[in-house]
Design a protein around this ligand. Structure first.
Ligand code: C2E
Ligand code: MG
Ligand code: MG
Ligand code: MG
Length: 292
């Protein structure tokens, strides 16, 4: 029976699906060359202190500029890189490049920002992950506090027995540890009891329905209470409207990220945004004035 079903399933392959499949196969082989051909670039999205609108951090977000196909979003190639076993080298490149960028900004006299870097489960789960991070920071003479690693609940789940040791090691190294997309994974919250998490990033799917959706409102308020009680700093993702900003600010959210403030931008734009004497509130950073 299974065989007939399989055969029948072929009927559902449309030309569109065949084209998608061909693209995936081609991208997979081209992804192997992307690092050596220097086709990756980092964009940086500001994180603001919600009360003041001050930029306190940036998140490094990877972009693949394919010579023929143009810009490819991480949502398409990161899962592919994970399957192909390429993600660790890509994440290492991202971390190096982000640290390099921090040094460049430091030399240019910019105020020190926190740099957030996304780390996939594959690399985070490796036995020597924390040592690699420590060595990188030492070699570049960067204070660990400047770096924040964003990991997902799935990555924590993957650690298994190593979870406690790894989280404590990272925490005592002094780098910030953030849970990305909080509330969308499959893991339990028991890792929060280790007191080794510094930031929770409230997933944009919960922010999207604010302020009208009662479920999103309840979930976000509970997350913010959880953060307050556990001394974790909350960061809301995907803030697009002033109404969302106001709801989150009133509910006690500390930091925010989203198109309302700024899209991910080229490093040069970050320099402009932070240059002294520059007034807040321009095309890139539409900061909302704090409520009276
Ligand atoms: P993420 O880490 O949760 O990053 C936030 C994503 O939301 C980014 O998409 C960002 O451009 C987008 N975003 C920010 N503000 C808004 C908003 O107001 N509205 C909406 N609709 N979207 C917003 P991006 O850059 O396409 O990245 C997607 C995901 O790819 C990231 O989600 C992260 O999981 C992954 N990723 C990106 N760069 C890297 C990397 O260097 N390494 C790894 N392992 N993963 C990465
Ligand atoms: Mg992230
Ligand atoms: Mg996220
Ligand atoms: Mg995400």
């Amino acid at each position: 029976a299974a065989k007939t079903e399989e055969r029948n399933a072929f009927r559902f392959y449309s030309p569109r699906m065949q084209a998608d499949a061909r693209r995936r196969i081609a991208l997979a082989s081209e992804l192997r060359k992307a690092l050596s051909e220097a086709e990756f670039r980092l964009m940086y999205q500001p994180t603001v202190e919600m009360r003041t609108g001050r930029i306190v951090a940036v998140e490094a977000l990877l972009r693949w500029y394919h010579p023929q196909r143009g810009l490819i979003a991480p949502g398409e190639f990161i899962p592919m890189a994970e399957k192909l076993g390429l993600i660790r080298r890509i994440d290492q490149w991202v971390l190096q490049a982000a640290c390099e960028q921090m040094s460049v900004w430091d030399k240019a006299g910019l105020p020190p920002l926190r740099m957030a870097v996304n780390v996939s489960a594959n690399w985070f789960g490796q036995a020597n992950f924390v040592d690699e991070i420590r060595m990188l920071l030492e070699s570049r003479r960067l204070a660990p506090e400047r770096l924040m690693l964003e990991i997902t609940e799935g990555a924590i789940l993957r650690l298994g027995e190593e979870m406690e040791r790894t989280l404590h090691a990272l925490h005592s190294l002094g780098v910030g540890v953030a849970i990305d997309d909080f509330g969308t994974g499959y893991s339990s919250m028991s890792y929060l009891k280790l007191r080794a998490i510094d930031y929770l990033k409230i997933d944009q799917s919960f922010v999207a329905g604010l302020p009208d959706d009662a479920s999103d409102g309840a979930i976000v308020e509970s997350m913010l209470t959880l953060c307050r009680r556990l001394d974790i700093s909350p960061i809301a993702e995907g803030i697009e409207t002033e109404e969302q900003h106001r709801f989150l600010l009133r509910a006690g959210c500390v930091e925010g990220q989203g198109f309302l403030y700024s899209r991910p931008v080229e490093p040069e734009v970050i320099v402009q945004l932070l240059s002294p004497g520059r007034r807040q509130g321009n095309s890139h950073l539409r900061l909302v004035p704090p409520e009276a």
